[in-house]
Design a protein around this ligand. Structure first.
Ligand code: URA
Length: 293
């Protein structure tokens, strides 16, 4: 049977099965289109922050400020009710922080120095080659928020430079950006030995650092790649599969949750979901992809 005939047969069988639309191929090598939408198995994560139900709210709809002439979709932001007393989630980023680039860079440099001197997590402080703070513009519209440095990042001192980092860079480029147009950072600033998941005490120790880092950056959007950053930022135990597809509020920014590039390396079929999540983000930001929309 010719490939053309086989494809036609496949499409007809999908139509009979009720499939109306097929996802588009993503610029960072999506799997073949004839594979239908199958929910991937969730990656296992040991990190268990406090239980916090997340209830999407119907209104009010919150839209982002737009810096282009393209109208974004009005998007509902899902609420996080019942924040713990010391949670910052509902507290807007302070308006009185210096806004110019140089001042932000100075604040980040001060914070980077404090991070480099931190020895709160004894095991991590003894095993790290160096701390890994963050990289990118100090005035980003979008922050990509990962889990923790791996071996390559520990050696280079920069987040997302290994195999997963190269895939993240492809995702960023597929969104029409360079790494220098966004900011890239992790929950943990030190490499957990053997690339194990951060434990809750380590996340708690690093929390003041990543919260302050985000406060200095004050992005409009935060893309949490993987369950660890999503659960740490949103203070929930929900999985990526449950969280993705909506925007969540964090201090006035909108949070998108998607799969970690390491997960995509093991499960390439899940790339289509990440591309859907990035398209949701781009639509909301009022950014048109060349040749799309
Ligand atoms: N995985 C992460 O979550 N962060 C990195 O910096 C590298 C790999």
């Amino acid at each position: 049977m010719s490939p053309h005939h086989a494809l036609l047969q496949k499409l007809e069988s999908l139509q009979r099965a009720g499939v109306q639309t097929l996802p588009k191929r993503a610029a960072f090598e999506l799997p073949a289109v004839e594979e239908v939408y199958v929910a991937p198995a969730e990656p296992a994560h040991e990190y268990q922050p406090p239980v916090r139900p997340i209830v999407p709210v119907a209104e009010p709809a919150v839209t982002s400020p737009v810096r282009s002439n393209f109208s974004p979709a009005a998007t509902t932001v899902a609420a996080l009710p019942g924040s713990s007393a010391n949670s910052l989630i509902q507290v807007p980023f302070p308006a009185d922080l210096p806004d110019d680039l140089a001042a932000r860079e100075n604040l980040l440099t001060d914070l980077r120095t404090k991070v480099a001197a931190c020895r709160l997590c004894n095991e991590l402080a003894c095993t790290r080659k160096q701390t890994v703070f963050g990289v990118g513009t100090a005035r980003p519209r979008v922050v990509f928020f990962g889990e923790a440095p791996g071996a390559d990042e520990d050696r280079m001192g920069e987040p997302f430079v290994g195999a997963a980092g190269q895939l993240l860079t492809k995702i960023i480029k597929a969104c029409t950006w360079e790494r220098s147009d966004v900011y890239i950072m992790n929950v943990l600033k030190c490499r957990p030995p053997g690339n194990r998941n951060p434990d809750p005490a380590e996340t708690a120790n690093c929390r003041p650092f990543f919260e302050r880092q985000l406060e200095i950056l004050r992005p409009e959007y935060i893309v949490c790649v993987g369950a660890v950053p999503a659960q740490a930022l949103l203070e929930t135990t929900l999985s990526v599969g449950k969280l993705r597809g909506k925007f969540y509020p964090y201090r006035g920014a909108k949070v998108v949750v998607t799969y970690h590039p390491s997960y995509l390396l093991r499960n390439p079929d899940a790339k289509r979901f990440v591309w859907e999540d990035m398209q949701m983000l781009l639509r909301e930001m009022g950014i048109e992809l060349p040749g799309k929309n």
